[in-house]
Design a protein around this ligand. Structure first.
Ligand SMILES: C[S@@+](CC[C@H](N)C(=O)[O-])C[C@H]1O[C@@H](n2cnc3c(N)ncnc32)[C@H](O)[C@@H]1O
Length: 278
C-alpha cells in the first residue's frame, strides 16, 4: 500500500532532563497521535504507559527508551495509582526525560489531573499534551457525529463507573433530556442501571444506542441497538472493555455515514516490558 511520510518543524522547547510530559495517545489508531505527542515520544528516555496505548505508538520511541507498563484494567492494576505517581517522581529525580502516555486524552477520565497535582507537589516540571478522546475516535470511525443540528445540540461525556465501586449517582434527569448525545465511558458493568435510570427519567425503550468496542483499532466492533435492549445486546454480543455506550438520535446516522476502519495497530494486552522496582 502506498504510504505518506510526514515531516514538520515544531516550535516547542525540547523535553528537559527531569521533566515529565503527560501525553494523550488517542484511542488506538497511531495515526490519531498529535505531532507534539510524536515529537515528545521520540525524545523520551522513559515511557510510562497504560493498557490502552497501542503497540505502534510505543514503537515510535527510541529502542533505548525504557518502557514501564502501569496499565489498569477494571479492578486489576499492574501498579496502584500511588505507585505510578511515585515512579514518575523517581524517574524525574533521576534526571530522565519522562513521557507518561495515556489512552485517549489524559484529562478525560484519565487521572491525568491527579498525576499533574502530584508532580506539582513534588516540584517536578511537566507539560500536558491533549489526545483524541475515545468518544471522538469512536464516533468518527463508528460513522456517527456527536452533535448534529437536527439531532443533538450538546454532548456529555459521563463516567459509567464510580470511584471505589460506589453508587453511580448521576444527574439522570438532565442526561435523559431530548436533543443531546450522552457518551458513557467504562459503562458496561453498569448497563442495567444506565438503561433503568434513563428510561425512568423519560427516554423511550426505542431510543438509539451505539456500542463501540476497541474503537479506531483493526478490532473495532460497532453494534447498534436501542435503550430497551442495551443489556441483552451487551450479553449476546459478548462486548468487553474498552467499550463506549453512546446514547442519542445521532446514532441513527450510523448506517449512512459508516466508513471502513483504516488499517493499523492492535492493542498491547498488558505486556510488562520492564518490571518496576519501587
Ligand atoms: C479510564 S477510561 C480512559 C479514557 C481515555 N482517557 C479517553 O480519553 O478516551 C477507559 C474507558 O474509555 C473508553 N475507551 C478508551 N479507549 C477506547 C476505545 N478505543 N474504544 C472504545 N472505548 C474506549 C472505554 O469506555 C474504557 O473503559
Amino acid at each position: 500500500m502506498p504510504s505518506h511520510r510526514v515531516s514538520y518543524d515544531l516550535a516547542e522547547a525540547p523535553l528537559a532532563s527531569g521533566e515529565v510530559a503527560i501525553i494523550g495517545a488517542g484511542p488506538g489508531d497511531p495515526g490519531l497521535l498529535t505531532l507534539r505527542a510524536l515529537s515528545l515520544i521520540e525524545q523520551a528516555d522513559c515511557l510510562v504507559y497504560d493498557r490502552l496505548v497501542s503497540r505502534e505508538v510505543l514503537a515510535l520511541a527510541s529502542p533505548r527508551a525504557r518502557r514501564f507498563y502501569v496499565g489498569k484494567a477494571s479492578r486489576c492494576h499492574a501498579l496502584t495509582q500511588d505507585e505510578t505517581n511515585a515512579l514518575l517522581v523517581r524517574l524525574s529525580r533521576e534526571g530522565r526525560r519522562v513521557v507518561r502516555l495515556k489512552g485517549g486524552d489524559p484529562y478525560i477520565f484519565g487521572r491525568g489531573g491527579e498525576e499533574a497535582e502530584v508532580l506539582i507537589e513534588h516540584g517536578v516540571s511537566f507539560r500536558v499534551v491533549p489526545g483524541i478522546t475515545s468518544a471522538q475516535g469512536c464516533a468518527a470511525y463508528g460513522g456517527f457525529p456527536l452533535t448534529h443540528r437536527d439531532h443533538a445540540q450538546s454532548v456529555t461525556f459521563v463516567t459509567g463507573h464510580c470511584k471505589g465501586d460506589g453508587d453511580l449517582a448521576l444527574n439522570w434527569a438532565s442526561l435523559a433530556a431530548p436533543n443531546q448525545t450522552t457518551v458513557f465511558y467504562m459503562g458496561l458493568a453498569n448497563a442495567e442501571l444506565i438503561r433503568g435510570e434513563l428510561q425512568r427519567h423519560g427516554l423511550p425503550a426505542s431510543h438509539p444506542v451505539a456500542l463501540v468496542e476497541r474503537g479506531t483499532t483493526p478490532e473495532q466492533r460497532r453494534v447498534i441497538t436501542c435503550l430497551g435492549e442495551l443489556v441483552e445486546t451487551i450479553a449476546s454480543e459478548g462486548l468487553k472493555p474498552p467499550t463506549l455506550i453512546v446514547v442519542g438520535e445521532v446514532v441513527r446516522l450510523a448506517d449512512t455515514l459508516s466508513q471502513p476502519v483504516p488499517e493499523q495497530a492492535a492493542f498491547i494486552e498488558g505486556a510488562v516490558l520492564e518490571r518496576v522496582a519501587l
